[in-house]
Design a protein around this ligand. Sequence first.
Ligand code: GTP
Length: 325
Amino acid sequence: MKKKVLLMGASGSGKTSMRSLIFSNNPASLTARLGATIDVEQNHVRFLGDLILNLWDCGGQDAFMDSYLTTQRSTIFQHVGVLIYVFDVESREMNKDLEYYRDCLEGLKQFSPEAAVFLLVHKMDLVREPKSLMFDKKYKELQKASGDMVITVFGTSIYDESLYKAWSSIVHTLIPNAAILSKHLSTLAEACNATEVILFERTTFLVIATSTSEHHSSSQFSSSTNLPSRTTTNMSASSTDEPVEDSHHLDPKRYERTSELIKAFKYSCSRVREEFRSLEMELSEFTAVLDEMTRNTYVMVVVHDPTIETAAVKLNIRMARRKFE
Ligand code: GTP
C-alpha cells in the first residue's frame, strides 16, 4: 500500500531540512548546507511491512510552484494521501505564501478531495514574542485562508522535539491498523506490568502507536479544525484520560522527546561506525527497554514496578514479535 505525501511551501521554509532530519537521521546543524530543491525530489520509506510512504518534496521557488499549478497540476495533485504545507513563521512574503497555498488547495480539492491537510508553522525557535501568541495568530490566519477545508496546524522547529510531534501525528493518520497495534501493545504492557509500551518506526523513530489509546492528546502548539479536543495551545497542557501515567507524572512530551533523543544517539553511533541495536536503562524510578520488534519497528517498554526483571521484559518482547509481523 503506497501513500503519497506532498511536502510543499515557499523556498527556504525548511521542507528539505525536516525531511533530512526525520528520514535521513541528519542533525539540525547540517541543514544549513542544503541547497534549494530543484523541481520534485521523491523518497520512498517502508513503514510497517506493506505501508510505503511516497514523499514528494516539492522545491518552493516561484518557477517550480507555477509549474506545479499549471503544466504538472494533475501529476502533482493526484492520488495524494496527505498534504503538508510549510510556512516560515518569519516569512516576509506571507501574502504571496498564502496565495500559493490557496492555489495548491484548489489543486488538491480538484484531484484528491479526500486528502488530509497539515500545516506547519515552522522555525518557531526564531520567535521572540510569546510563542503561543504567535502560534494563535498564525493559526487564525491559516484557518481563514483555508476556507471550509479541514486543517490541522502544528508549530515546529528542527531544533526541538516539536517536529517529531507533528510528523508522528501526520504518519499516524496514514496507518490503517493503528487501533489493532495499540491493542497488541496494551496486551504486552499488561504482560510486563509496564506503565507504557510504545512502538516506533525504525528509520524515522516516529511514534506509530502506544499502549495508551490516544497518544496525540496533548501538545504544545497544535490546533485542528476537526478535532476540538486537540485545540490545545497551552504550553503546559496535559492529558486527563491517562490515569496510570498520571500516577507516575509522565511528561506529556515524552514520545517526541524520545524520538529526538534516540535519533541523536543513532547519529552519534553512526559517527563512530557503530550500529544502534537496543538500549536498556535502569533508573531509580523506572526501567526502560528499547528493542527491535520487527524489521521496520522498535518497541520501548517502560516499567515502574521494581520487581520486574529486565530479562523478563526482553523475553516478553521476543514472544510478542510474531503478533506484529
Ligand atoms: P526549497 O528547497 O528551495 O524549496 O527550500 P526548503 O523549504 O527545502 O528549505 P531548506 O530545508 O533548504 O531550509 C532553508 C534554511 O532554513 C536552511 O538554512 C535551514 O537550516 C533553515 N531551517 C530549516 N528549519 C529550520 C528551523 O526550524 N529553524 C531555523 N532557525 N532554521 C531552519
